[in-house]
Design a protein around this ligand. Structure first.
Ligand SMILES: Cc1cc2nc3c(=O)[nH]c(=O)nc-3n(C[C@H](O)[C@H](O)[C@H](O)COP(=O)(O)O)c2cc1C
Length: 307
C-alpha cells in the first residue's frame, strides 16, 4: 500500500506556500544563483537578498568570520538596488513557479517608502519582507527595529505605499521583543519573521584587531537557534498575525522546533552556505516526520507545544 503523503501547504498573509520552508534573506542571492544546486520549485518561497533604493557595495573585507557553532557577518547589505533588481533579476524569477518574497530596507523613512512604492505593482512579487534592523541616518543612527515607535512609523509608511502582503522582520537586539511585535502588528504588518542576526564580535588575539573590518557583525547559525526558538515562542503568544521562524535551522528537527512553538513557516539561512541543498533535506525530513507520527497535515504540528 502506498503511504499517503502529508499536506505540507501553509499560507502566510495570503501567500500560498507548497511547504513551509524558504531561504533566509541574504543567504540565497536573488534565487538564480542557487538554481544549479536545487529545483527552486521544490521550496515554499524564494526570499531575495535585501534591496535598497540605490545599489550598495557593502562593507570593507574581511566581512565574514566563523565562530563556534555559527558565523559573524558584516556584509553591509550589499545589493544591486531596486531598479536593477526589477530590470535584471525579475525576468528569471517570473519563470519560476514559486512565490518570490522581496526583502528590502532603507536608511531613512523616505527610502523605505520609495522602495515599497517601486515594488508595489509588480505581479512577480508575492509579498515583501521588511528588514528594520537598519540605522536611521537622520536620527543619529538608531536602528529602526530597536525602538518600537520608530518600527511602527516605518511599517505604517510602507503599508501606505504597498499593496502587497507585508512581512516585518524583527531584530533580536532588544529587551522585550513582544513590544516591537505588537507595535508592528498594530502599524499594519500582515506577518512577522523572527529573528534577524544578534550583534556579536570576535577578536584576533595576535593582531589585537577585530576579526571583521567593521568591528562588530551579526551572529547567525546553530549557536543562535535556542534564542530564536524562545523569541518565536514569545512573539507567537503576543500577536495574532502569522510568524516565520528563523535562526540556526539546518535540518528538519530544527525546523520542527519552530513549528511546534507556533511558527507557520521557517527560513533556512547560514545552512545554505554549508549545503546549498539543505532546504530540500529539511522539506523531506518534515514529510518523513509527519508520516512517522501519523500526521496528515503540517498544520497539526504548528503551535502544538505542550507544557
Ligand atoms: C551573509 C548574511 C547576509 C544576510 N543578509 C540579510 C539581508 O540582506 N536582509 C535580512 O533581513 N537579513 C539578512 N541576514 C539575516 C538572515 O536572513 C537570518 O535572519 C539570520 O542569518 C539568522 O538565520 P540563520 O541562523 O539560519 O542564518 C543575513 C545573514 C547572513 C548570514
Amino acid at each position: 500500500m502506498e503511504t499517503k503523503r502529508p499536506n505540507l501547504a501553509v499560507e502566510i498573509a495570503g501567500i500560498k506556500l507548497k511547504n513551509p520552508v524558504m531561504p533566509a534573506s541574504g543567504t540565497f542571492g536573488y534565487g538564480e544563483e542557487f538554481a544549479p544546486y536545487l529545483d527552486l520549485e521544490r521550496i515554499g518561497a524564494i526570499v531575495t537578498k535585501g534591496l535598497s533604493l540605490k545599489p550598495k557595495a557593502g562593507n570593507p573585507t574581511p566581512r565574514i568570520a566563523e565562530t563556534s557553532g555559527g558565523m559573524l557577518n558584516a556584509i553591509g547589505l550589499q545589493n544591486v538596488g531596486v531598479d536593477a533588481f526589477i530590470a535584471t533579476k525579475i525576468p528569471f524569477l517570473r519563470e519560476v513557479d514559486t512565490p518570490t518574497i522581496v526583502n528590502f530596507f532603507g536608511n531613512t523613512l523616505e527610502e523605505y517608502g520609495e522602495v515599497a512604492r517601486r515594488l508595489s505593482d509588480l505581479p512577480e512579487v508575492a509579498g515583501v519582507e521588511l528588514n528594520i534592523s537598519c540605522p536611521n541616518v537622520k536620527q543619529g543612527g538608531i536602528v529602526f527595529g530597536t525602538d518600537p515607535c520608530a518600527a511602527a512609523d516605518v511599517v505604517a509608511l510602507v503599508r501606505k505605499h504597498l499593496r502587497k502582503p507585508l512581512i516585518v522582520k524583527l531584530t533580536p537586539n532588544v529587551t522585550d521583543i513582544t513590544v516591537t511585535a505588537r507595535a508592528v502588528e498594530e502599524a499594519g504588518a500582515d506577518a512577522i519573521s523572527c529573528i534577524n542576526t544578534l550583534t556579536g564580535m570576535a577578536v584576533d588575539i595576535r593582531s589585537r584587531r577585530p576579526r571583521l573590518a567593521n568591528g562588530t557583525g551579526g551572529l547567525s547559525g546553530p549557536a543562535i537557534r535556542p534564542i530564536a526558538v524562545r523569541l518565536v515562542h514569545q512573539v507567537v503568544r503576543s500577536v495574532k498575525i502569522p510568524v516565520i521562524g528563523v535562526g540556526g535551522i539546518g535540518c528538519a528537527e530544527d525546523a520542527l522546533e519552530f513549528l511546534v512553538v507556533g511558527a507557520t513557516a521557517v527560513q533556512v539561512g547560514t545552512a545554505n552556505f554549508i549545503d546549498p541543498t539543505a532546504m530540500l533535506s529539511v522539506i523531506e525530513g518534515i514529510e518523513g516526520f509527519c508520516i512517522e507520527e501519523g500526521i496528515d497535515d503540517i498544520r497539526e504540528i504548528i503551535g502544538s507545544l505542550r507544557f
